[in-house]
Design a protein around this ligand. Structure first.
Ligand SMILES: C[S@@+](CC[C@H](N)C(=O)[O-])C[C@H]1O[C@@H](n2cnc3c(N)ncnc32)[C@H](O)[C@@H]1O
Ligand code: SF4
Length: 365
C-alpha cells in the first residue's frame, strides 16, 4: 500500500513539569507561574503558520507530549483541537494522545481530558513499587499510580503506560512481578524503556551506573517473551500493543511520515515539493539531502519488528534502498542472523533487536 503522503501528524510539546526527574534529559522547565493562556494563544498562531505550508494535508494524529502535558488545562486542549479542526481536514480515525503524569491527578482529570477530545491516554507510571518510584525521583506513589491506571482504563478505550526497567538495583524477579501486574489492567499499549543514564542529568552527576548488560538483556528477553504470551505484539524496540492498537502517531516517526512540532524544542519533518525540510520550533527550517533523509529512514525503520518496507523507503527519499547501504555488510549481518531480508522488507531478527546501533553503523559504513 503506498504511504499516504498527504497525511500529517501534529506533535504539541508542553515543556513544563511539576518537578524534574533525575534521569530525564527531555527539554523541560519547572516554573511557578506558567502563563498558560499566553502560550496557548501562541500555539494557535503557530498552527496557523504551519497550516500555510501544509494546507493540502489531512491530520492523522495529534500527540500532546512533554514535559507534562497533563498540566495543560482541558479547556486549552479543546482550544488547540478546535483550531486544528478549523484549519485542516481530519481523518475519521484520528488518534489524539496525551501523556499524563500521575502527579497531576485530580478527580475529574481524565474525564475532563476525554471531554476535551483526547481519545488515547498514555500514563507515565515508570515503576510499580514505592522504593523504585522514590529512586526515580517520581513525585507520585504506587497507590496513586494504581488509582490512575484504573481510572484511565474506565475512561478511555485506547490507553498506554510507560515503565522504566533495568534499574540499577532491580532484579529479574522484581521486574517479573511488575510485568505480572501491568498485564492485569488490560491496557491496549505498553511502552517499556531500559533506563539510560543521560549526560547532564542528576543521575549522571551522581555517577549512577546502569544495570550490567547481561542482566539488562535477560530483562529485555523476559519482557518480549512474557508480553507476547499475554497478547501484546512487540512492534518496536520498546513498544508493545494489542492487535490494532499500535501508536499511529509514533509510527509516523518510525515509518518516515511527515509531522510538525509545536512548542519549545519540538521538531518536525516535512517533504515539500520533493525537498526534505527539518523544522525546529518555532520556524527554523533546514533542508537536508535525500541521502541524509535515507539515513534517518534506516535508523528509524529498523526499530520496527516489521522493519523497512523497501518500496516505501524509495517512495519517501527517492533513492533505492540498496543504493544507500553497504551491500557486503548487509550480507554479513544476514549471515550473523541479525537481519532478515524478504522481497519487500529488511528487518532485525530477535537477536538483531539487541544490536540496532551497531547494525546501523555497519550498514552505513
Ligand atoms: C518525556 S517522558 C513524558 C512522560 C511524562 N512527563 C512523565 O514523566 O510521566 C516520556 C517517557 O520517556 C521515558 N524516559 C525518559 N527518560 C528516560 C531514561 N533516561 N531512561 C529510560 N526511559 C526514559 C519515561 O518512561 C517517560 O515516561
Ligand atoms: S520524566 Fe516526565 S515528569 Fe519527569 S522530568 Fe521528564 S518530562 Fe518531566
Amino acid at each position: 500500500m503506498p504511504y499516504p503522503a498527504n497525511e500529517l501528524a501534529i506533535y504539541i510539546h508542553w515543556p513544563f513539569c511539576k518537578s524534574k526527574c533525575p534521569y530525564c534529559d527531555f527539554y523541560k522547565e519547572v516554573r511557578k507561574d506558567v502563563p498558560q493562556d499566553e502560550i496557548i494563544a501562541q500555539y494557535l498562531t503557530d498552527l496557523q503558520k504551519y497550516h500555510k505550508m501544509t494546507s493540502d494535508r489531512t491530520i492523522k494524529s495529534v500527540f500532546f507530549g512533554g514535559g507534562t502535558p497533563s498540566l495543560i488545562e482541558p479547556r486549552n486542549i479543546e482550544k488547540i483541537l478546535n483550531k486544528i479542526q478549523q484549519l485542516w481536514p481530519i481523518k475519521s480515525n484520528i488518534e489524539i494522545s496525551l501523556e499524563a503524569n500521575p502527579n497531576t491527578h485530580y478527580q475529574t482529570l481524565f474525564s475532563d481530558l476525554r471531554l476535551a477530545g483526547i481519545n488515547r491516554l498514555s500514563l507515565g507510571i515508570q515503576a510499580l513499587n514505592d522504593d523504585d518510584l522514590r529512586f526515580l525521583g517520581r513525585s507520585h506513589d504506587l497507590a496513586t499510580a494504581r488509582k490512575c491506571l484504573n481510572e484511565v482504563i474506565k475512561t478511555f478505550d485506547n490507553h498506554s503506560v510507560d515503565l522504566i526497567y533495568a534499574r540499577p538495583t532491580q532484579d529479574i524477579k522484581q521486574w517479573q512481578n511488575e510485568l505480572n501486574e501491568i498485564v492485569t489492567y488490560g491496557l491496549k499499549h505498553i511502552s517499556l524503556y531500559q533506563l539510560t543514564i543521560e549526560p547532564n542529568t542528576v543521575f549522571a552527576r551522581k555517577n549512577i551506573k546502569p544495570l550490567d548488560d547481561d542482566n539488562a538483556v535477560k530483562m529485555y528477553n523476559l519482557t518480549r517473551n512474557f508480553l507476547a504470551q499475554n497478547g501484546y505484539e512487540h512492534y518496536e524496540v520498546s513498544n508493545f500493543a494489542k492487535h490494532g492498537f499500535q501508536s499511529l502517531h509514533n509510527l509516523t516517526y518510525w515509518q518516515g511520515g511527515d509531522y510538525i512540532g509545536i512548542g519549545k524544542s519540538a521538531h518536525g519533518r516535512l517533504k515539500l515539493n520533493n525537498r526534505f525540510i527539518t523544522t525546529v520550533y518555532p520556524f527554523i527550517h533546514e533542508e537536508i539531502s535525500p541521502q541524509e533523509r535515507a539515513e534517518e529512514l534506516l535508523i528509524m525503520g529498523l526499530r520496527l519488528t516489521q522493519g523497512i518496507n523497501l518500496q516505501e523507503f524509495e517512495n519517501i527519499c527517492g533513492l533505492p534502498f540498496y543504493q544507500c547501504i553497504n551491500k557486503q555488510k548487509l550480507q554479513q549481518l544476514k549471515e550473523l542472523g541479525l537481519l532478515h531480508e524478504t522481497d519487500s522488507h529488511i528487518y532485525p531478527t530477535y537477536d538483531g533487536m539487541l544490536l540496532l546501533n551497531q547494525i546501523v553503523v555497519e550498514l552505513c559504513a
